[in-house]
Unconditional design. Structure first.
Length: 167
């Protein structure tokens, strides 16, 4: 029964890492797309998307919020998000590749990086109160547990050095 449970936990670990990899790819694609799109184009798209809502209800909360956000979206803000998305995506892709290839360094590195991401997400939550950040943070905690569990198993099964130690 324990072997079945360990096998199931390993499968969940692999799926969670693949999901992290997919999220990292989306972050990279989003960062590249954002880098290629001007802030004026973003305002034009949001204006086009919200125009019907403003015709139906000139005080539409969501449409007004989106349009205000787009109009205040500066080049420096855009550049921050490009950097943020690309750096997160690239780091996570690197770590996911290491984890999927069972590289021993990837386990503690992933735990540290996910811990830093969680700390930042909690900090951002204090400003945004976004349920998405809460869900992402919960998922990251689950992934951290799975990485730690897998790391413990791998370290337990590592061969010991057969060479005699010299004083």
């Amino acid at each position: 029964m324990a072997a079945f449970t360990e096998h199931r936990i390993h499968q969940i670990f692999e799926v969670s890492i693949l999901l992290k990899g997919a999220h990292a790819v989306l972050e990279c694609l989003g960062g590249v797309a954002l880098a290629l799109i001007s802030t004026d184009t973003i305002v034009s798209w949001i204006t086009w998307l919200t125009q019907d809502e403003f015709i139906d209800d000139p005080n539409d909360f969501v449409a007004t919020l989106l349009l205000n956000m787009a109009q205040s979206f500066s080049v420096s803000t855009k550049n921050f998000y490009v950097f943020y998305l690309l750096s997160h995506g690239i780091v996570k892709l690197f770590l996911v590749a290491g984890l999927l290839r069972n590289k021993i360094w990837a386990y503690p590195a992933s735990l540290v990086v996910l811990g830093l991401f969680i700390a930042y997400q909690v900090y951002r939550y204090t400003y945004t109160h976004s349920i998405g950040l809460v869900l992402l943070t919960v998922f990251d905690f689950i992934v951290m547990y799975l990485i730690w569990h897998e790391y413990r198993l791998i370290r337990h099964h590592l061969p010991t050095d057969p060479r005699p130690k010299t004083p």
